[in-house]
Ligand binder design. Sequence first.
Ligand code: NAP
Length: 266
Amino acid sequence: MGMTIKEFVAQEKVALSQEVGSLKRAPHLVIIQANDNPASHAYVRGKIKDCDEVGALATLCLLPPDTSEEYLLEKVAEYNNDPEVDGLIVQLPLPDHISEAKVKLAVNPAKDVDGFHPLTKFIPCTPKGIVDYLTAEGFAFQGKNAVVLGRSEIVGKPMAKLLLSKNCNVTVLHSKTTEEDKAFYIAHADLIVVAIGRLGFLDNRFQYKKDAVIVDVGINRNEEGKLRGDAIPDLPVAIQTPVPGGVGLLTRLALVKNLILAAKTR
Ligand code: NAP
């Protein structure tokens, strides 16, 4: 595993720009955002920048946080039916008065490049980004003990499913798993994907295989307001992805790949 994630992403983007250049028209992503959350603004800016960099189009449909559910669903239907739009995502979180489940189900599965609809053909971006990176770096999934910490719909569960499809022995741990059991599974893991949103949860109280790989999905702020992961830095393992400059970039890359796939397969 010789490349940093930043280097890997830069290299992949060069290849993706060439792929976009060979298409008849530029893939087009629409992002609907109905919140005024600073983190969401930053994520959306990142997604638009990535599209620009590979030559894809990105349109932001920014709605006020008091938008009604009905109006949001109308916008979704409009873009679902727009032949000029290849990919459609609705930025989370949504305001409390809008049902996330309803919105996820409303997105046309053929344009659902976030991979959230039950009938989607797209792999959700965070798990896809992680597996694409590990694959490119030569990680041999088959028969490896993979531990996924966290079981959310957008990260933990699809991550576990994807690793299972790569023939890993997958164990999913969550908030009801005892500390003793966490220590046992972590000590035997070849791959640990941590996605729980707890600053520095993986630390030196656990034992790790020295050739283990830790993929840190967590995004937390420390007391100085800096972005940090769910693992403390420099754990005694072979590879540990950094935060920032890690899984966030891989997730964004996977979104661009899903968008290109959507444009090519419509
Ligand atoms: P989430 O919906 O809040 O789910 C957290 C999961 O962690 C739950 O399944 C919960 O268990 C489990 N959990 C909480 N405390 C735990 C503990 N002490 N031990 C074991 N499991 C514990 O989170 P999410 O949306 O999956 O996000 C997780 C983290 O990843 C957050 O920091 C988020 O910001 C970050 N994230 C990053 C990216 C990226 O691209 N880098 C993308 C998405 C999310 P229960 O189910 O039992 O409650």
